[in-house]
Design a protein around this ligand. Sequence first.
Ligand SMILES: NC(=O)c1ccc[n+]([C@@H]2O[C@H](COP(=O)([O-])OP(=O)(O)OC[C@H]3O[C@@H](n4cnc5c(N)ncnc54)[C@H](O)[C@@H]3O)[C@@H](O)[C@H]2O)c1
Length: 454
Amino acid sequence: MRSQLIAVIVLAALCSCSTGHGPIKTEVPPRPAGQQDMIQFAADPIPDVGIGVVGLGMRGSDAVERLSLVPGCHVAAVCDVEPDRAAASYKFLSDKGLKATAYSGDERSYEALCEDPAVDLVYICTDWLHHVPVALYAMGHGKHVAIEVPSAETLQDCWDLVNTSERTRRHCMILENCCYDFFELTALEMARQGVFGEIIHAEGAYLHNLDPFWKLYWNNWRLDFNKKHRGDLYPTHGLGPVCQALNIHRGDRFETLVSMDTAPFNGPKHEAARTGEPCTEFANGDVTTTMIRTAKGKTILVEHDVMTPRPYSRMYQLVGTEGYAGKYPVQQVCLRPEGSENVDYQNLGREKVYSGEALKELMAQYRSPILTEELETLAKEVGGHGGMDYIMDYRLIYCLNRGLPLDMDVYDLAEWCCITELSRISLENGSTPVEVPDFTRGAWNKTQGFSYAL
Ligand SMILES: NC(=O)c1ccc[n+]([C@@H]2O[C@H](COP(=O)([O-])OP(=O)(O)OC[C@H]3O[C@@H](n4cnc5c(N)ncnc54)[C@H](O)[C@@H]3O)[C@@H](O)[C@H]2O)c1
């Protein structure tokens, strides 16, 4: 009798779970009539890409300098709301004998740049709130766009970019430079060649103490955004490189996520130091952690912390059925040990570990197909986060010159950026699971495996 009663109680509990507490659903708006997906989209080749750079602060002014050294393109126009910033980039170019038009003066000066027939590609480096309006206007005027990270802040932003890219048949690329760092490029190639078996779990992060930098941003946009928004505000550095190794929307896709955050301990102190007033409302927790599960049963851990003095890290870990690659704090690769004789239970780490010189030797066998020795040397000379910025720009222009699909498409952008709003939804609902929308609207299985167009 007692065991029957327990069985009834257990059954009742199971039923209430499966019916009452599914993940929070997010809308997938139907694809507008006449639109097609952008999977493997290639535009007509552009032999000499005219670039218009919008937003010439710390990142944009560097981009102008880098792009002036990339073959197959020229900076045709520059724009910043602040006239002195537009003038400085204009001067940089004219001192090198390069001609460009400078647009400035008001918040919508970018419209004239987007209408300029000399511009083929609008390269957007503004604060976060201006990324999407500039991109939509540019694509609406026939330009391809490349947008700094994180390119979009809301689900609506993501859908607007996807729909506009599909409707206008223009590229919309996220400028996720961390996909082009040397360790990540090589580890991706190792993953593609099956060295780690099947990748089943990955970790990525943006751990970067911004204390010294808050005051450098134009109009305090960055701290202000953190003050007003809860969630992982910078998910793409961590996610980008690991999503390529997990073939996201190239045979797998994000299904659900859950997030948890700490309270804002340090955030309000920065705001109070800035204003000289106590700060009583600050939305962003100092540390935000998100877990994503994919359709194929893989998981990704993503972390965001720009408030504490932790060492800089993007985590970058690939966990495969047969091996492991990890970049921080020490670069290493682990593979299964050969043989199982002489097992010593006190020895907790029996895997074959490659680090230092041994790692160099191993990784030398898996050079990324996009990284020629010449490009590596040039990238290290030009710099930009050690060279990865230059490799990203080089690849973008290489593909546009040849009419090839870009390494990152508008769905990568939407999948990596939507985590900001989805994590907020999960947090505001007590860490409830939230469905991740399928931005490809059914095309996530159309191609199998990440690859570069060469
Ligand atoms: N990929 C990376 O490693 C990396 C590194 C740093 C910054 N970023 C990203 O780059 C972007 C810019 O960051 P930043 O550090 O250069 O910020 P910043 O504050 O130095 O520069 C932003 C610039 O945008 C300009 N701007 C604002 N509204 C504009 C408008 N309507 N038209 C034209 N210009 C406008 C401002 O005047 C300012 O010069 C951000 O999205 C940031 O997240 C990426």
